[in-house]
Design a protein around this ligand. Structure first.
Ligand SMILES: *[C@@H]1O[C@H](CO)[C@@H](O)[C@H](O)[C@H]1NC(C)=O
Ligand SMILES: *[C@@H]1O[C@H](CO)[C@@H](O)[C@H](O)[C@H]1NC(C)=O
Ligand SMILES: *[C@@H]1O[C@H](CO)[C@@H](O)[C@H](O)[C@H]1NC(C)=O
Ligand SMILES: *[C@@H]1O[C@H](CO)[C@@H](O)[C@H](O)[C@H]1NC(C)=O
Length: 491
């Protein structure tokens, strides 16, 4: 047993001295001593020599090297990195080889190197490449003896940085009619892959309900728009990678047109025996179709339909017509105009000039009479004008009413009215009604009346049914006719 270590040490020393090729291991069994015949045994201690021997063996060249790695492919190609994979060499001459990937930019000689991170690994990711650039890659394997044969160079181009299209240049929008806008643009400069189509987005400015249209070419006319209205337009180009970068919005207003509705709320106010004030409001906002530049006022004596006068009114909402004949009915209508012309007219509205020039420096007197006729849910009110109606202007009447008090509700009617029906009242209730004549100075003294609305028909029917059932189960008119209760103005 003691002979073995002694032999081992001897063998090691021999290897050290003569660089013996079979020294890759120190076998525990007696080595073939004949290899080292004729060598003297050194006297120096063994351990340090052993260590030195191991180091020297790793650096020893001359063993079989790996052949080239097989099937090198770029399994992932991005804009700035590429992943390469391969298979082990046909002749590896070792296990768990390490690999180095050499790569260079097309047209450059300088090669960079990237090592696999672990022995045996068959892939590497090369970072920090430039987009849209051609590179050459080759892979070599290493075993314990050294670096093997290189794979043939693999040519790979990185992806372009911008894959989706950029914004379309020169987006232009012009209104070609009051309801249409023509939009045009150019092909985006950047982007990879042919433009497949464009999306034209548009909406009424600020409305927030954007619509889109697919367009194949470089222009489109959007129709069915609102007149004289601001719209926003933008374009997105689409290629195989998807929709690109949107352009900025362009804003365009559709062209104007004549108004499509008449002015609103035209009123007439008789000012004297010879003058009438006409007032109105512009057509509703969505119907003006442009800037209202003025109004055309037409009027005539109602009895003479053929003689119509026309006045152009600048952008104002009233006009006093003077020089009229007294105690004569006149009819008026008004139209709004844009730069494109006149829109539709209001209906004719008529009124009479005063018979005489009346006083409006004070309020009218009390109406000369007031009558009320109560029904179940309503009261019919009728009256006669103040006695001095031919001296003081009456412009209308104010009717007040309510349960027990006339101040709950007020309605106003014009000076020609002589009756009014107050609706939606409670049955069997006591109402107080007031009537005042008014003019531009204010309201005159009121005249009061009160009335009790009639019983509900069903209640009345039930009552009468109970009373008369045995004899007359049917009756024609259960509600007796109510007389008009009236009151005369105290004078
Ligand atoms: C090679 O790697 C495998 C798995 O990691 C391991 O089991 C084996 O021992 C390695 N072979 C050598 C010679 O290092
Ligand atoms: C790659 O491996 C080689 C050989 O093993 C070595 O010389 C080099 O320093 C390594 N490079 C890097 C970046 O690790
Ligand atoms: C027109 O008159 C009606 C009823 O008095 C009123 O509600 C409306 O606001 C008026 N319109 C305009 C534009 O003045
Ligand atoms: C209205 O007038 C504008 C300005 O003159 C013009 O561009 C537009 O075409 C006109 N609209 C119509 C419907 O003619």
């Amino acid at each position: 047993m003691e002979a073995v270590p002694g032999l081992f040490c001897l063998f090691s020393v021999l290897v050290f001295r003569f660089s013996c090729l079979c020294a890759c291991a120190c076998p525990p069994l007696p080595p073939p001593i004949y290899l080292c015949q004729g060598v003297t045994v050194p006297t120096s201690p063994a351990p340090s020599l052993t260590r030195a021997t191991a180091h020297h063996v790793a650096a020893t060249p001359g063993g079989p090297l790996p052949s080239s790695p097989r099937d090198v492919v770029a399994s992932l190609v991005s804009t700035r990195f590429i992943k390469l994979t391969w298979r082990v060499p046909a002749d590896a001459h070792g296990e768990n080889l390490t690999y180095q990937v050499y790569y260079s930019k097309e047209g450059m000689n300088r090669e960079r190197v990237e090592n696999t991170s672990r022995p045996g690994e068959l892939q590497v990711t090369i970072q920090n490449l430039l987009p849209e650039t051609v590179y050459y890659f080759r892979v070599v394997a290493q075993n314990n003896h050294g670096t093997g044969e290189s794979s043939p160079p693999l040519k790979v181009e990185t992806q372009p940085e911008v894959q989706v299209p950029g914004p379309a240049p020169n987006l232009r929008a012009t209104s070609s009619s009051p309801t249409s806008v023509s939009v045009s643009w150019e092909t985006p400069l950047s982007g990879n892959g042919e433009i497949q189509n464009y999306k034209l987005y548009y909406m009424e400015k600020g409305a927030g309900n954007e619509q889109d249209i697919d367009v194949g070419g470089l222009s489109f006319t959007v129709t069915g728009l609102k007149k004289y209205t601001e719209y926003t337009f933008r374009i997105v180009a689409i290629n195989k990678h998807g929709p690109g970068v949107s352009t900025q919005d362009v804003i365009v207003r559709t062209l104007s047109d004549v108004p499509s509705a008449a002015p609103q709320n035209m009123t007439l106010e008789v000012r004297s025996s010879q003058s009438i004030l006409v007032q109105w409001q512009p057509p509703p906002l969505g119907t003006q179709n442009g800037q209202i530049v003025g109004y055309k006022l037409r009027y005539r004596k109602t009895a003479r339909k053929t003689e119509t006068n026309e006045i152009l009114v600048d952008n104002q909402l009233s006009q006093l017509i003077t020089g009229l004949e007294k105690n004569t009915e006149y009819s008026f209508r008004v139209v709004a105009m844009t730069v494109n012309g006149s829109g539709p007219a209001t209906d004719w509205v008529a009124t009479d000039t005063f018979e005489n020039d009346l006083d409006e420096s004070r309020v009218p007197d009390m109406p000369s009479s007031l009558h009320v006729r109560p029904l179940v849910n309503s009261i019919v009110v009728s009256w006669t004008p103040p006695e001095n109606q031919h001296q003081v202007v009456v412009r209308g009447y104010a009717i007040g009413y309510g349960l027990g008090s006339p101040h709950a509700q007020t309605v106003r009617v014009d000076h020609k009215q002589r009756y009014y029906t107050i609706e939606n009242l409670e049955p069997s209730s006591h109402y107080v009604i007031s009537l005042k004549a008014f003019n531009n100075m204010g309201e005159g003294i009121p005249l009061y009346e009160s009335a009790v609305t009639r019983q509900h028909t069903q209640t009345l029917l039930k009552l009468m049914f109970m009373l008369f059932m045995p004899h007359t189960p049917q009756f024609q008119n259960p509600a007796p006719c109510c007389p008009l209760w009236g009151s005369r103005r105290p004078s």
